[in-house]
Design a protein around this ligand. Sequence first.
Ligand SMILES: Cc1ncc(COP(=O)(O)O)c(C=O)c1O
Length: 404
Amino acid sequence: MKYDFDSIINRENTNSVKWDFRFEEGKPSQWDSTYSKHGAERVLPLWVADMDFICPQSVIDALEKRARHGIFGYTRETDAYYEAVQSWFKRRQGWQIDPSWITITPGVVPAVYMLVQAFVKPGEKVIIQTPVYYPFYSAVEGNDAVVVRNPLLYEEGFYKIDFANLEKSAQSPDVRMIIISSPHNPVGRVWTREELNRMGEICKANDILMVSDEIHSDLIMPGYDFVPFPLAGKDFESFSVVCTAPSKTFNIAGLRTSNIIIANETIRRKFLDVLNRSGIHGISPFGMDALIAAYNEGEEWLEQVLTYIHQNYEFLKTFFQKNLPEIDVIQLEGTYLVWLDCRRLGLDSMNLESLMLEDARLYLDEGYIFGSDGEGFERINIACPRSLLEEALHRLLAAVRAGH
Ligand SMILES: Cc1ncc(COP(=O)(O)O)c(C=O)c1O
C-alpha cells in the first residue's frame, strides 16, 4: 500500500471533537483528554464520523500553497471548482450533472435544515427511516415540523425498507418530504437501485420531495454498487435534492464545504431563497482548494483507504465471531460506521453505555441516539489504524468477560 494508514497520529489537543471531548450535562468530566494524565487508561474514541488518517497529500499541498499566500480574503468559487465536482460524479457515479445544479453550503446538516425550512411548513410532516442519523430528527422538529417514522425492518440480521408502511405514510396529505441517508448511517446499507426506485415511485405518486443525503456515497465496500438517487428512475431528478460533500470521503469535514445538487429549477430557487435569507454565502478559500485537489487527485488515496477500511471490517467481524459471538455485526455495505447488535448481552441502554465507557473505556455512539429502535445497539467508527481498533476490541472483550 502506498499510503500509511497504520501510523497512529496523535490528535489530542488539536481541538478535535472526536478526541478532545468533554463530558458535560451530567456526565463525569474526568473522561476528557487529560484523563490519561491522571494515570488512568484513556477512553478510546470511535464515535463521530471522521477518520484518524492523514488526508490525501494533494489536499495538504493545496492547503499549504494557499496558506503561504498569506491573504485569505473573500473568495469566489471558480470554474475549476465546478468542473472538479462535475467530473467526480461523472467518473465515480456515472451521474452527469450540470454546474448550474450545484449550490455550495458549509455542510450537509445546515442544508438539510434549510431544505426543511424551504419546503415544510410548521405542522407538516417529513418521513425518516429509523434508526437514522440523529440530525434528521432535529432538522424536522427544530423547524416545528413533524417526524413520521418509517422504521426499517430488521430481519435475520438484515435491514430492509418497510415499503408497505412507507406507502401508507406517504398517503397522508401533510407529508411534504422524505429524508434518506444513502448509504444509510448507522445501519450500513447501500440501497439498491430497486429499493431507490420503489422509494422514488412512492414519492412521485404522492408529490413528496426526496432529500437524499449522499455524504457517504464514495465509501462503498467491495461487492456493492452505489446508485445516486436521480439515476434510480425516470424523472427522479425532477423531485429530488442530493446532498453531497468530499468531507467524509477525504477526511476534510472541518473544511465545511458541501454541494447540494438540485436539477429542478423551481426546487433549486426555493432552496436558494432560504439560503439567501439566512445570509449564508461564499466559500472558504481552503475549502475550495481542498475540494479541487481531493476530487481531481485523491482517487488513488480513496481506493486505498477503502481497502484498508474493508480490511478493518473483516478484522472486526472475525474478532467478534471468534471471541464475542454474543454481539452480532451487521454487514457493512457502505460508510465506515459499523452497527453492532448488542442486545444479547441483556443490558438496558444505561448499562450498555456504562459497559462501553466505564468498563471498556470506549467512546462509541450509543444506538439509542439514532432513535428508540437503535436501543441495544452500538455504532463503532472503524476508520482508524488497525492497532487502535484491535486495542478497542480487546478492551471490549475484557469488559464483557469481566461481567458487568
Ligand atoms: C448521514 C450524514 N449526513 C451529514 C453528516 C454531516 O454533514 P456536515 O458535516 O457536512 O454538516 C454526517 C456526518 O456524520 C452524516 O453521517
